[in-house]
Ligand binder design. Structure first.
Ligand SMILES: [Fe+2]
Length: 179
């Protein structure tokens, strides 16, 4: 087979491929969890959350395809089985739970934040350990997407009044709770 000559050593390429496969597994588990909540959610926010999670599902589907195809572009093979994903993902499934809408949001925020922390570390690994600025840039874009999705979700559970200078006023949650 023709060797790949793109300025990365074999060790560097394999290191990056391994990181990408971990990110692929996390994205796939989050995809499934997001879709499940898209189906299960009930309550006054049903329509908004149902639609938001439908959109996030589409974004995650595109991300997954991009991650897997980047693995191929670097000469590797993406993990492509549920068993394989579950073996290396850093996320946890909660199959027995049918949580309230706010708990679903909280759970997905935690997952996005876990992925953001992982990606931040992988970006450093790519540029510092493996000298692969291309993948570092690619992962930076993914991280920014997760930051945006996490912000959208967080906005459902954070109720704070903000003054015109950006300072937080009293939390609406605390007001509602009479604190
Ligand atoms: Fe749907």
């Amino acid at each position: 087979m023709r060797s790949i000559n793109i300025g990365l050593t074999e060790e560097q390429r394999q290191g990056v491929i391994k990181l990408l496969n971990h990110d692929l597994a996390d994205a796939y588990v989050l995809l499934v969890k997001t879709k499940k909540y898209h189906w299960d959610v009930v309550g006054p926010q049903f329509r908004t959350l149902h639609e938001l999670w439908g959109e996030h599902y589409e974004t995650l589907t595109e991300n997954i395809d991009s991650i897997a195809e980047r693995v191929r572009a670097l000469g590797g093979y993406p993990v492509g089985t549920m068993k394989g994903f579950l073996e290396i993902t850093t996320l946890k499934e909660n199959p027995e739970n049918l949580p309230l809408a706010t708990q679903m949001v909280e759970s997905l925020v935690e997952d996005h934040e876990q992925i953001i922390r992982n990606l931040r570390e992988h970006i450093d690994n790519c540029s510092e350990d493996f000298h692969d600025e291309g993948t570092a840039d690619f992962l930076t874009g993914l991280m920014e997407g997760h930051e945006e999705m996490a912000w959208m979700l967080r906005s459902f559970i954070e109720g704070e009044s903000i003054s015109s200078d950006g300072q937080k006023l009293q939390s609406r949650q605390k007001v509602a709770a009479g604190v």
